[in-house]
Design a protein around this ligand. Structure first.
Ligand code: NAD
Length: 359
């Protein structure tokens, strides 16, 4: 019998982070109790909240708790009040430092648009319905981490650098996922301009030839990919990207689903899995009971998949789907004939459906 008791660390963070983490906790506590799985939670300060309290966005105590846990559920960090802080005190620095410390190099960002949600997108339902793609984004390398970086008196610079092993390991993740899905990978680069992208394309092709020739591989420039995602999103199965391109393209995919608040993600490959909605701290709606909690709730389903609890994950996903099918929507993705609810009510609606959809 597998492990039936898990230690989860919650990092609510800033802005709407605490609201969506409260929502996810409520849903997973209920779902786990119904499934006879025991969960213990530890909550720790992180991001701007941690800078205010301790002077650092990733306090040692928070990191140690994460490293001792079975899984980490993170809300979001950041806000204008910390934009003036020194780099090491900024919430986003804490986030990058956490991902790096965990060694979470593979960021999985699934984007699906079932027919019944297609009307929430600003794009035509006939274009987005049936979209089912997985963005596999390299997370702890590339220009966000490259050295040297800095500012001179009238210029500033960053470094985009990838090594062959860094590219190879993320390419393997993408090919493995393609095998479990629909068998195709589109690798994104800018090899018409960047040396790093030429290496990226070479290494991805090499790994493909060596071990994954059963998977269909094609390459696409990032600017074309941005257009193709909007024009014809159903053509994609697995999209393989570096850190910055993946950051930007995954926000773009939120237009397919209607809202950034819908998108979950998992950061894997390191000591402990880190699960977080794709969105940021949304200071414009923080504290207003307007945040869509679904990205965070579905991120918790990804956490349970990683903990080898697929039934629990399925139950959470089905409860979310049923709430949406029943017409409940937060303000960010209202559609005709839908019932507008706030964060708390959406959470309760999903929680109430857990027992109905028992896997
Ligand atoms: P954002 O994702 O916070 O918000 C973009 C837009 O989407 C806003 O209009 C917001 O109201 C809306 N939105 C986001 N999540 C939503 C949700 N769950 N429900 C409803 N609407 C939602 O991006 P931003 O405004 O560019 O950044 C705000 C802050 O968040 C910045 O400090 C940024 O650095 C930080 N950020 C953090 C993360 C993270 O923690 N992983 C990611 C991106 C941005």
């Amino acid at each position: 019998m597998g492990q039936e008791s898990f230690k989860i660390v919650l990092l609510p963070g800033d802005g709407i982070g605490p609201e969506v983490i409260r929502a996810a906790r409520h849903v997973i506590e209920l779902a786990a109790a119904e499934a006879g799985i025991s969960l213990s939670f530890e909550e720790h300060v992180f991001g701007g909240a941690a800078t205010d309290e301790t002077g650092f966005p990733l306090p040692e105590e928070t990191l140690n708790a994460c490293l001792r846990s079975d899984g980490i559920l993170l809300g979001a960090v950041g806000g204008p009040q910390w934009d003036v802080c020194a780099r090491e005190e900024r919430p986003e620095y804490g986030l990058l430092a956490l991902r790096k410390a965990l060694g979470s190099y593979a960021n999985l960002r699934p984007v699906t648009v079932p027919d019944f949600l297609a009307d929430a997108s600003p794009l035509r339902p006939s274009v987005v319905a049936g979209t089912d793609m997985l963005i596999v984004r390299e997370l702890i390398g590339g220009i966000y981490f490259g050295e040297p970086r800095g500012r001179a008196s009238d210029s500033a610079y960053n470094t985009l650098r990838y090594s062959k092993p860094e590219i190879a390991r993320i390419a393997q993740v993408a090919f493995e996922w393609a095998r479990r899905r629909n068998g195709s990978v589109v690798s994104i680069d800018k090899s018409n301009v960047l040396e790093v992208s030429i290496l990226w394309r070479d290494v991805v092709s090499e790994i493909h030839q060596q071990a994954y020739s059963d998977v269909e591989l094609s390459h696409m420039y990032v600017d074309n990919a941005a257009m193709q995602i909007v024009m014809n999103p159903r053509q994609f199965d697995v999209l393989l990207t570096g850190n910055m391109f993946g950051d930007i393209l995954s926000d773009l995919t939120s237009t397919l689903v209607g809202s950034l608040g819908m998108l979950p993600s998992a950061c894997l490959g390191g000591t402990v899995g880190l699960f977080e909605p794709v969105h940021g701290s949304a200071p414009d709606i923080a504290g207003m009971d307007k945040a869509n909690p679904i990205g965070a709730i579905v991120s918790s389903a990804m956490l349970f998949e990683e903990l080898n609890q697929p039934e629990l994950a399925t139950r959470i996903r089905r409860a979310v789907e049923q709430a949406l099918l029943d017409g409940y929507r937060t303000a960010d993705m209202l559609a005709e004939d839908s019932t507008e609810v706030g964060t708390k009510e959406m959470t309760n609606v999903i929680a109430n459906r857990l027992s109905e959809v028992a896997a």
